[in-house]
Design a protein around this ligand. Structure first.
Ligand SMILES: Cc1cc2nc3c(=O)[nH]c(=O)nc-3n(C[C@H](O)[C@H](O)[C@H](O)COP(=O)(O)OP(=O)(O)OC[C@H]3O[C@@H](n4cnc5c(N)ncnc54)[C@H](O)[C@@H]3O)c2cc1C
Length: 336
């Protein structure tokens, strides 16, 4: 581990997260630096994901601010894995949890500022809040209104809907690299494509700058209300899900390009394979929208992932199409 000096708040409470001795080495993990933010060992991630499943992170780190995050990562043994998470709306965290320091940004990272035709949003800001704030200022980021994630997750996933994507409006991002440097990266370096981006390994997005078209605030608000109504009518928005489970089949997926075709949908091939409503343990392919995998009550991550794999098998058998997961599955399976 490198030499480091941490900004410290005085803390004399043994076992309190501020106490350096509260962060002993876990098996296979070196001693962790002591940040100003909150560092929690063996923290269950289930309540931090939309599907409400998953085992613990070895450590959950909630940095106080950008400087705290940069100092922590700069001092952290490079051998220790880190995993940034947003609000867990596109994740199945497996039941065995994540062998890493999971980094979750909070209050120090949720500012939203409008500067001319640009919106600068902290990575922890919710997409919906950014869309609303932009609309009030007469800027069109309306497509973000119904995506339930945070800005960090939206950048990483190139989130999009109703024909618009982060790639269309993103100008640049600010990141903290795995070794603790703060850098600005232009959107053109991220190779943004359908639900994918290329961020440097272990980098945490801390903010994003969007350039948006102008519009009448009342019309933008009306468009957002319309989008909410459309979602509620067609998707199980009140269930525990992670959005679309699988990408639309290759050649028909939505990449944002003008020549995209949209004829063949994942939900259609799932229906054709007879898997709408299929269940496994507490997991179900939603009756309302067959490409939504839901925790209908008491599901484990294994129930959800195994049901998804059953669907992929059945779709392949019935149509020859191999569905690709859109939901990210992370962490370890529970050992028997
Ligand atoms: C009901 C529902 C509807 C949905 N509809 C849509 C939709 O229309 N369009 C769409 O695109 N998605 C949709 N989603 C999926 C999901 O909301 C998006 O993928 C969202 O962008 C994920 O953001 P998050 O903050 O929840 O990220 P998480 O799910 O927590 O993480 C997703 C990925 O982003 C990475 N990540 C998160 N934050 C950071 C950060 N600060 N720095 C670096 N990496 C980070 C994580 O490591 C992970 O790889 C939907 C989900 C639900 C539940």
């Amino acid at each position: 581990m490198r030499d480091f000096e941490f900004p410290r708040t005085a803390c004399l409470i043994i076992g309190h997260p501020c106490d350096p001795f509260a962060h002993p080495a876990k098996e296979g993990m070196t001693q962790l630096p002591t940040p100003r933010g909150v560092l929690t060992p063996d923290r269950s991630l289930a309540d931090l994901t939309w599907l409400r499943v998953g085992g613990p992170a070895d450590w959950l780190f909630q940095p106080a601010d950008e400087a705290d995050l940069a100092a922590f990562l700069g001092a952290l043994d490079p051998a220790v894995a880190v995993f940034p998470m947003g609000v867990g709306s596109n994740l199945i965290v497996r039941d065995g949890g994540i062998r890493a320091v999971v980094i979750r940004l909070g209050r120090g990272f949720n500012g939203i500022a409008v500067e001319g035709d640009r919106v600068v949003a902290g990575a922890a800001a919710l997409d919906a809040h950014v869309a609303k704030r932009a609309a009030e200022a007469g800027l069109d980021l309306t497509f973000l209104r119904t995506i339930p994630g945070s800005i960090g997750g939206a950048v990483r996933m190139n989130a999009g809907c109703y024909g618009s994507y982060v790639a269309d409006v993103l100008e640049e991002i600010r990141i903290v690299t795995r070794d603790g440097l703060v850098e600005t990266v232009p959107a053109s370096s991220l190779n943004l494509r359908y639900r994918q981006s290329e961020l440097p390994d272990g980098a945490v997005v801390v903010s994003a700058t969007f350039r948006a078209a102008t519009g009448d605030p009342a019309a933008l608000e009306a468009r957002m209300l319309d989008q909410i109504a459309k979602r509620d009518a067609s998707q199980p928005t009140r269930e525990r899900s992670a959005g679309s489970t699988f990408r639309n089949p290759v050649g028909h997926s939505s990449t944002g390009r003008a020549d995209d075709t949209h004829e063949l949908k994942a939900w259609k091939v799932i229906d054709d394979a007879g898997m709408r409503g299929a269940t496994l343990g507490g997991a179900q392919m939603s009756l309302m929208h067959s490409n939504f995998l839901i925790n209908a009550g008491g599901a484990t991550a294994a129930d959800l992932e195994n049901l998804g794999e059953d669907v992929r098998k059945k779709v392949f058998q019935s149509s020859g199409i191999t569905l690709e997961w859109e939901i990210m599955r992370v962490g370890e399976y529970l050992q028997d």
